[in-house]
Design a protein around this ligand. Sequence first.
Ligand code: FAD
Length: 344
Amino acid sequence: MENKLLLVHTEPDGTLAGPALEALGAALALPGDLTVGLVGAQTAPAANQIAACGAVRFLAVTGDTFAQARYATDAAAAEALCRASGAALVLAPATSRWSRALPGVAFRIGGRIDTHATSVAMVNDVPAVTRWFYRQRMEATLTRSGGPWMVLLDPGCTPRWSGPAGTAHVEEMAVEAQTRTSVTGIREPKSDEQTIRPDAKLLFVAGAGWTKKQSDGAVHVADAERLILGFLRAAQASLGGSKSLVDLSGEGQAVLPFMNHLNQIGQTGSTPRHPKGLSTCCHGEEPHVVGWRFIHQRRAINLDPNCGWARGKADVLYVADAFAVMHRVNELLEAGNPERDLRA
Ligand SMILES: Cc1cc2nc3c(=O)[nH]c(=O)nc-3n(C[C@H](O)[C@H](O)[C@H](O)COP(=O)(O)OP(=O)(O)OC[C@H]3O[C@@H](n4cnc5c(N)ncnc54)[C@H](O)[C@@H]3O)c2cc1C
């Protein structure tokens, strides 16, 4: 096979994050010589971090200009690295930064790009990627010919490369990048605390039931907030929500203020990757459950024994009051009972 290039950008401390190490693992599993192309304010720490990976060449575009995620500078750096490597296959982690810049780079170098790839492997002696279509309902295997082929690999699909650090020989490239945009600061929507944790072992989903009238005829949103946040803190779980729950704020109803549309799981939400999932007060309708495609073990708590989860969508359904169950689970977590520790 012809040469391959791995494109990675560095973190503020100059090292590589998990998605870059996953893409490195995927690149190394393919035949052919590997060139690593690094972009960032600092690149030497990253090159040294993966010095022992077996790459034949390390190319770098380094400097403050390339610290910030910005289309003009990222695309210029990536284009220069692609041209210098002459690689027929270019792999990159599907970070928001590369997802924005690399499709334009593929056009500039006369290549093709596929996004949201979940694996890349040799099939009949040519590289082939897998990716899901129609909101994770169908999986396809694709090959392409002609032009450099760029592939953005979704995080969480491949084991991370790990190995000893060393001292890499890095070839620095001078890249002139024109930009009219300078970043003066970041304004983010207010949020009480970080609830989305892509690396968490457990996805905890809250449904609209948490805000509905309960058996005593009253809503208990304050209790819901305390139980959900208490569990998330103790288990370090990631928080997902149903569309109905995250939409409620738009309807002026009692809501959980720490949730917004970024938490939404499903057809019009996200499809996160976690080993386990626990759904609470959520009916388990198909447009929601399609976002659980990559959750390995699924459990749900619902008062309704006939809810969607009962129809083959969950491995275990607890027909129970989620308020009572989560209250008891939090008690056990606080007591530090290791057998009941959901972090395990
Ligand atoms: C085009 C389209 C796209 C969509 N995309 C998405 C999507 O991306 N994501 C998504 O989530 N939805 C999506 N939906 C909406 C989806 O079909 C459902 O309407 C939604 O998921 C329902 O949310 P829910 O289960 O939280 O609420 P509800 O349907 O109101 O269910 C609440 C559940 O809580 C249970 N409950 C109440 N109190 C308790 C308690 N104390 N203990 C235990 N259980 C309790 C009830 O039994 C009930 O099952 C989409 C719909 C369409 C048409």
